[in-house]
Ligand binder design. Structure first.
Ligand SMILES: C[S@@+](CC[C@H](N)C(=O)[O-])C[C@H]1O[C@@H](n2cnc3c(N)ncnc32)[C@H](O)[C@@H]1O
Length: 302
């Protein structure tokens, strides 16, 4: 069986990426990784409020072994590692190797010892060992087969272990997303074919609590709860920054990206209209919009 290497050099069994997640893996390992690096401060700062709310509502316990799903740069993995203390262990997993390499480097630099990072597709990989708590900040919405992924996560939790995940609620309650997408959709639609890889079902795939509670139930979880979390999201230091960010990441940006040259031709028009939308959220020292997420929790049967 194929092996994957943990941050501490230990090798554990791993499986290949599910064929239906290969395109998303290419996107996350390439263009989306580069854009996350460019806008990292903004993304991590903004998502932190929602992640912190989830951890505060459903915290891990001291000494827990925790899994961080779709860990990105590993900042939540480090945060969880601090909360569980030296008796615990936090394992960050991400399908995109560049994120995992960045996570390992940063945890080493910070001298955090109770973390490990692993590259793998959480939908199909053999997760290393048993966990008390599985967490994800915006990392569970990109599986082509969410039930298979949730079942895999549930199988790695001890009886009574908990999944806590933050996902976007509907676009209407995240108006900067909705309105920017409406602008772009006036001119462009998702092409049938594109040279650009897409990121799978996308960031809003878990917006419907009924659908997700059903998926959790089929995957074997119990006691699913959905807590609505409304907190502002910083979109930029100023309007220029916010426009660049919205043209680079998010649903509107994805339509622009996959349309390639066709989108480039009308880029100035799109930028101008998106600027107009975002100006509604511009304040004296930042651009900040209302944002709404679900904090999901569910338990593996005891
Ligand atoms: C929106 S980012 C969130 C990153 C991080 N959790 C944060 O809050 O900053 C989504 C992350 O999920 C990862 N991801 C997507 N599909 C995955 C899969 N099948 N298995 C594991 N990670 C995946 C991506 O590579 C990316 O790092």
């Amino acid at each position: 069986m194929e092996k994957a290497t943990l941050g501490n050099g230990e090798t554990v069994p791993a499986t290949a990426v599910a064929p239906e997640n290969e395109e998303a893996t290419e996107a996350w390992s390439g263009v989306l990784f580069d854009r996350f690096v460019e806008f990292r401060e903004l993304i991590v700062d903004s998502l932190q409020l929602h992640g912190d709310a989830a951890i505060e509502l459903h915290p891990p316990r001291t000494g827990d072994r925790v899994l961080d799903i779709g860990c990105g740069f590993g900042d939540t993995t480090q945060q969880l590692a601090a909360l569980i203390g030296p008796e615990g262990e936090a394992v960050g997993v991400d399908v995109a190797d560049p994120f995992v390499r960045a996570s390992i480097e940063e945890a080493n630099e910070a001298g955090v010892e109770n973390v490990d990072f692993l590259t793998g597709d959480v939908q199909v990989m053999e997760l290393p060992g048993t966990f008390d708590y599985a967490f994800s900040r915006m990392g569970v919405m990109f599986f082509a087969n969410p039930v298979q992924a949730l079942r895999n996560i549930r199988g790695a939790l001890r009886p009574g272990g908990r999944l806590v995940a933050v996902v976007w609620r509907r676009k209407l309650d995240n108006p900067w997303v909705h309105r920017a997408e409406q602008v772009v959709e006036k001119y462009l639609e998702e092409p049938d074919e594109s040279d650009e890889p897409t990121c799978g079902p996308g960031p809003f795939s878990m917006q419907n609590a009924d659908t997700v509670s059903e998926q959790l139930q089929i995957a074997g979880f119990e006691q699913a709860t959905f807590t609505r979390c409304d907190l502002p999201l910083k979109l930029g230091n100023d309007l220029d920054h916010a426009v660049r960010f919205n043209m680079a990441l998010g649903p509107a940006a994805e339509i622009i990206r996959v349309n390639g040259a066709d989108a480039d031709e009308i880029r100035p028009q799109l930028e101008a209209e998106i600027r107009e939308v975002l100006s509604d959220y511009a304040g004296p020292d930042r651009v900040s919009a209302p944002a709404s997420t679900w904090i999901i929790s569910a338990t593996a049967p005891g």
